[in-house]
Design a protein around this ligand. Structure first.
Ligand SMILES: [Zn+2]
Length: 203
């Protein structure tokens, strides 16, 4: 296996990971299947690029998203209202077509005795989004992770996303978005809490 040095010539940049020949060959097969010639000049390095891109799209497999919730703060100054992070952009890929899912998420929780740094909620989202997904499971996994690790009174996750497998192929309906939500604890059981969080999220 060869190791490519970074093209920008920066000697301190990490070398690109080698791509095994069978992985490159699989991508050449796909190029042939799509109707092109993998040997033509413009496509010669495409198998390596595609392989490395897929490692990056799916880097969530190499991490446990709950680690982002391990450092919590118990000094919350008596704060016991909703904590909300919204309009978090994310990208994922659908497991049925390996096509991009592009969307935004709103993540809220009602703390019981501890909070996390707000950026950690986005990190949990990305940890699950950088895998092959269906939107329903992504929504549920983010909510469950927060529920299990922060012991909050409630968790609410709402995701809106557009699926390239629907906008660029199949029924080809650009502009369509899909919404999914998962509510746990007080946001599920208490309609006043639910109404409040939905209003804060803008729904
Ligand atoms: Zn799909």
């Amino acid at each position: 296996m060869d190791i490519d040095l970074p093209a920008n010539g920066n000697p301190y940049a990490a070398p690109k990971p080698p791509v095994p020949e069978d992985v490159q060959e699989a991508i050449r097969t796909l190029l042939r299947w799509a109707g092109d010639d993998p040997e033509r000049e413009g496509l010669v390095d495409t198998p390596k690029r595609v392989a490395r891109a897929w490692r990056e799209y799916c880097q969530g497999y190499a991490e446990d998203p709950s680690v982002h919730l391990s450092r919590t703060f118990e000094e919350v100054g008596g704060y016991d209202e909703v904590v909300l992070l919204k309009d978090i952009p994310f990208q994922s890929h659908c497991e049925h077509h390996m096509a991009p899912i592009i969307g935004k998420a709103a993540i809220a929780y009602m703390p019981r005795d501890r909070v996390v740094g707000i950026s950690k909620l986005a990190r949990v989202l990305h940890g699950y989004a950088r895998r092959l997904q269906v939107q329903e499971r992504l929504t549920a996994e983010v909510a469950q992770c927060i529920w299990d690790h922060l012991n909050p009174h409630g968790v609410a996750v709402v995701i809106e996303a557009s699926h390239s497998c629907m906008t660029a192929r199949g029924v080809r309906t650009p502009g369509v978005t899909m919404s999914t939500s998962r509510l746990l604890g007080c946001f599920l059981d208490d309609h006043r809490s639910r109404d409040e969080v939905m209003k804060l999220m803008g729904y």
